[in-house]
Design a protein around this ligand. Sequence first.
Ligand SMILES: O=C(CO)COP(=O)(O)O
Ligand SMILES: [Zn+2]
Length: 215
Amino acid sequence: MSRHDDNRLREQIATLGRSLFDRGLTMGSSGNISVRTDDGGWLMTPTNACLGRLDPARISRLDGEGNCLDGDRPTKESFLHMAMYAERPQSGAIVHLHSTHSVAVSCLPEIDHDDCLPPLTAYYVMRVGRLPLVPYHMPGDAALGDAVKGLAGRHSAVLLANHGPVVAGKSLEAAVYATEELEETAKLYLLLRGHNPRTLTPDQVAALEARFPRD
Ligand SMILES: O=C(CO)COP(=O)(O)O
Ligand SMILES: [Zn+2]
């Protein structure tokens, strides 16, 4: 990868990380971001880093086996990102957040584990689609990688129970847009709980999927 591309991606991770953090979409040192590089490796946010204050020069650079080549020690969930990339060759970036409404939904007893949120809006269907729940594991638990493996081929986003979303996109911008739609839909779901809202019909969902195919 050229130095120019490397610098551009590092700057983009820091800029979008700050934007997510500043809007309260993840708190403290929670969340992590990765981007696939064209040499077969990744740039990943360092473990215990605040997404709002990333230093582009200290972002971790990993080779295709997940070895850290330079930068600070990578996120303890690098294996989770790698498991998702392995199933999704079309994905260029992954964002994991502890976004409040999405985390709240991940704690509810009533949700369908095969699809945690209803198709409330067109943009949710266009950017996220079906959202399976991954059973609870400790942050950084290697079992999360195996749990995600069976799902990531068919789903660009998964919700970790009592934890938060992990969302892949063609580009980092696309992954961020999808996490924002997921969080907004989780918020709408909570606002509408008990109000028996109309959701989009299967025909409306199918029409959106035909017109706006997801990666
Ligand atoms: O969200 C997180 C764990 O689930 C953050 O962990 P890292 O700081 O290791 O990336
Ligand atoms: Zn987390």
